[in-house]
Design a protein around this ligand. Structure first.
Ligand code: PLP
Length: 354
């Protein structure tokens, strides 16, 4: 700690990103990247980018990408705001809507671990709502909270999702508070709340190209909301960095979101592989939560998540686990290719049968 650090900085506990392997023969199932390569149309659009677009500043409004996202989601361009990954738009949302003392947001106790970090850096606190015994979100407790609510759908790291009627009930329950739904894992089976944004101006949805479009390295995310709510995020963006999304990212993401055939096929492959992974783990004695994301959360009656993670690392396979009491039994495994999953299941079988 340096003597010049601010009080806020001294209180921070920054987010720790998942391990990024340097070695290419590692089977990397720890940070929920897509199992497949991105759309080939998107890759070649990037390769053909006019060099002149690198010399100049990028379009500050990401106009073409915004238009393509609007078209893919059947909304208008003024209901879309593009950012550097969904982490950036979530941080903007904290500043715009969740930073006043009378706007302390409620989040599920088991959820994306970046929320408490933003709450400390940009907000005034966080109200954590205990999970139901099956690890689903306690929607009634969120309803009863007077302030804004924030949660992923499907939730991370459980992978469990809420149906649209439940989400609409929560949004309609109190039009004077924000409901922020983090749809980072959109596209793998959960129903999106996007069709509700024109009707409810207290609903904000965030999305990511990292998972659904296999473009985690590109860092593109976006928000969908009623135009007047979104204007608040735009004001924060333009007070922070008016050129957040670079020219290359805008070009590749525009081609990616326009390739609906790739999206349909890739999402179906992930769902199929997820079912195979869950079945394989169940056969080995794991309990597996019914996930609608590109990962599964599993627990074994005899081994903690950390023990399994450490063993798998010795086999060149990365998965994710935690040391907190609530998550200690669990291991989170990203859906991989069929071959990667076969290696994982065979390594686990060797360990468990030893
Ligand atoms: C629930 C959730 N929200 C947001 C993000 C951030 O995604 P991005 O890569 O778009 O910043 C993640 C990343 O893992 C996540 O799990």
């Amino acid at each position: 700690m340096h003597r010049l650090w601010s009080h806020t900085l001294q209180r921070l506990s920054p987010y720790t990103p998942g391990e990024q392997a340097q070695n290419s023969d590692v089977i990397k199932l720890n940070t929920n990247e897509h199992a497949l390569p991105p759309s080939s149309g998107a890759v070649s659009a990037g390769q053909q980018l006019d060099v002149e677009r690198l010399r100049r500043y990028p379009d500050p409004t990401s106009r073409l990408l915004t238009k393509a996202i609007a078209k893919a989601n059947n909304v208008s361009s003024d209901q879309v705001l593009v950012t550097n990954g969904s982490d950036e738009v979530l941080a903007f949302a904290w500043t715009a809507f969740l930073s006043d003392t009378d706007k302390v947001p409620a989040v599920p106790a088991m959820t994306y671990t970046f929320y408490p970090v933003w709450a400390k850096l940009l907000g005034q606190g966080l109200h954590q709502v205990t999970m139901n015994s099956d690890l689903s979100i306690d929607v009634e407790a969120l309803k009863a909270w007077d302030g804004p609510v924030v949660f992923p759908n499907p939730n991370a790291p459980t992978g469990l999702s809420l149906p649209l009627e439940t989400i609409e009930g929560l949004v309609a329950h109190n039009p004077n508070r924000l409901v922020l739904i983090d749809e980072a894992y959109f596209g793998f089976g959960a129903v999106s709340a996007a069709p509700l944004i024109s009707q409810y101006d207290n609903l904000l949805i965030t999305r990511s190209f990292s998972k659904s479009h296999a473009l985690a390295g590109l860092r593109v995310g976006y928000a969908l909301a009623h135009a007047s709510l979104l204007e608040g995020l735009r004001r924060v963006k333009d007070s922070f960095n008016s050129y957040p999304v670079d020219a290359y990212a805008q070009c590749v993401a525009t081609a990616a979101v326009s390739d609906s055939a790739w999206f349909a096929k890739a999402s179906a492959t992930v769902e199929e592989n997820r079912a195979a992974l869950a079945a394989g783990l169940t056969q080995l004695g794991f309990s597996v939560l019914p996930s609608q994301a590109n990962f599964v959360l599993a627990s074994h009656p005899e081994h903690t998540g950390i023990v399994l993670t450490e063993y798998l690392k010795t086999q060149n396979i990365l998965v994710r686990s935690w040391s907190s009491d609530d998550l200690l039994p669990w291991v989170r495994i990203t859906v991989g290719t069929k071959d990667q999953q076969a290696c994982l299941l065979s390594a686990l079988a060797d360990y468990l049968n030893d």
